[in-house]
Design a protein around this ligand. Structure first.
Ligand code: GLU
Length: 431
């Protein structure tokens, strides 16, 4: 029965709608459509964890493998209290397109655990990570499915997972997981890769639009790993970041922090917890204007960088985007809802879609895997140089197609990605 209430947002439905539109544009046959619009494999499991007080809590974990026609599945593991199988399905599908658009030989996967790590001790988090691996050990591995960090997970979590995996398998297999700490199988440059990659695509867009970084201002949603390194490189290029928005753990609400002359990255980092939450009381003391959570969207800036979670720009707030905005770079996965996306397209704002903008993370993960498997590690400059080359050439290919066929950048990126995955599936004789 229709309750009259609007249907809650579902990322997987959005991912499928995006795919269906491209499938129609490409004239994909029914078999290929069927295969690509849903995951190949899904694992949903319980993770019993002994808590510090001696009790046992059972967490829910997921790992979804959307498609591996182009290579082993690849994608992060998120910790989030609102995680669902559908969010993980969507994110796994987006990983398939992301790896394909940047042309690395990997497929798409994603994992998630329903939990709030703010409320777990480090020892409890360690047992949760080890418990996750015990549930999926038969279905993941360097040649099958390779996890990585994502929302609220870090190199430390990856290392615990690796240690558990290697203990069970009885051998060193550092190619099992990426985002590991440097010195323990990690790659130099991996921590900054996603944020820096976002800025490589912004730099290329500014060139297209005939703008100089020095003449631009940016507003950012999120202050986790992606946002912090995007801000760092953007500032190095001469840009100014005037506003940052993120979650305040104490108040359980999001705020935007504004300083019109430009935020001070080091200062903000010094009042931020390890999950990217800024202490609003201390921000106020430092002279930042503390505004509502969505205020980052209405700033008079040229660049918007949503780098938090999915569906943050939606039909109810998209009109808050200021007329000065020239480009949006999606640091997060799926930050723009489909109806808001249509408005942005209509307004002619240049969109750098998530599968392109934030592909630096997985591209560097691919480099990490290569290094781990060889047990030979490259310099930071070599890693970041290769990353820049890979992302810039992916950007050029998407921008050229968009120009040639008069497509929105998201559609052009999807056309390239889906064509590659469909081709690989056909070449293998799956469809
Ligand atoms: N979690 C990141 C993403 O969404 C990186 C995935 C990876 O490195 O495998 O792209």
């Amino acid at each position: 029965m229709n309750s009259g209430r609007p249907k809650p947002y579902n990322s997987f439905e959005t991912a499928q709608e995006q795919f269906d539109a491209v499938a129609t544009r490409l004239g994909l046959d029914t078999g290929t459509r069927e295969l690509l619009r849903s995951p190949l494999r899904e694992y949903s499991f319980a993770i019993p964890v002994r808590m510090d007080d001696g009790s046992v809590r059972v967490f829910r974990g997921f790992r979804v493998q959307h498609n591996d026609a182009r290579g082993p599945c690849k994608g992060g593991i998120r910790f989030h209290p609102l995680e669902t199988l559908d969010t993980v399905r969507a994110l796994a599908m987006w990983m398939t397109w992301k790896c394909a658009v940047v042309d690395i030989p990997l497929g798409g996967g994603k994992g998630g655990i329903i939990c709030d790590p703010h409320n777990l001790s480090l020892a409890e988090q360690e047992r949760l990570c080890r418990g996750f691996v015990r549930q999926v050990v038969r279905n993941v591995g360097p040649t099958l499915d390779v996890p990585a960090p994502d929302v609220m997970t870090s190199g430390q979590h990856m290392l615990w997972m690796l240690d558990e995996f290697e203990a069970i398998r009885g051998e060193h297999l550092p190619g099992f997981i990426t985002g590991k700490p440097v010195g323990l199988g990690g790659s130099l440059g991996r921590t900054e890769a996603t944020g820096y990659g976002v800025v490589f695509t912004i730099r290329e867009t500014l060139r297209e639009l005939g703008l100089r970084a020095e003449d631009t201002r940016a507003s950012v949603q999120g202050f986790g790993n992606v946002a912090q390194y995007a801000i760092e490189l953007l500032m190095q290029l001469g840009g100014t970041v005037t506003c940052v928005s993120c979650w305040d753990q104490k108040d359980q609400v999001a705020y935007s922090y504004r300083r019109r002359s430009g935020v001070d990255l080091a200062e903000l980092r010094s009042i931020t917890d390890r999950f990217g939450g800024i202490d609003s009381k201390r921000a106020r003391e430092l002279g930042y204007e503390v505004l509502d959570g969505d205020a980052w969207l209405e700033q008079e800036v040229e660049i918007l960088i949503p780098a938090a979670l999915e569906n943050q720009i939606h039909i109810d707030n998209v009109d808050r985007i200021a007329p000065t905005v020239r480009l949006i770079a999606e640091g997060a996965n799926g930050p723009t809802g489909p109806r808001a996306d249509a408005v942005i397209r209509e307004r002619g704002i240049f969109m750098i879609p998530d599968l392109l903008a934030n592909s630096g993370g997985v591209t560097c993960s691919y480099f990490e895997q290569v290094q781990s498997n060889m047990n030979y590690y490259w310099s930071r400059d070599e890693v970041l140089g290769k990353l820049d080359l890979k992302m810039t050439s992916a950007f050029r290919a998407v921008a050229e197609l968009a120009q040639r066929e008069n497509l929105y950048m998201r559609d052009a990126a999807y056309v390239i990605a889906v064509t590659r995955v469909a081709q690989a599936s056909r070449d293998r004789g799956w469809v």
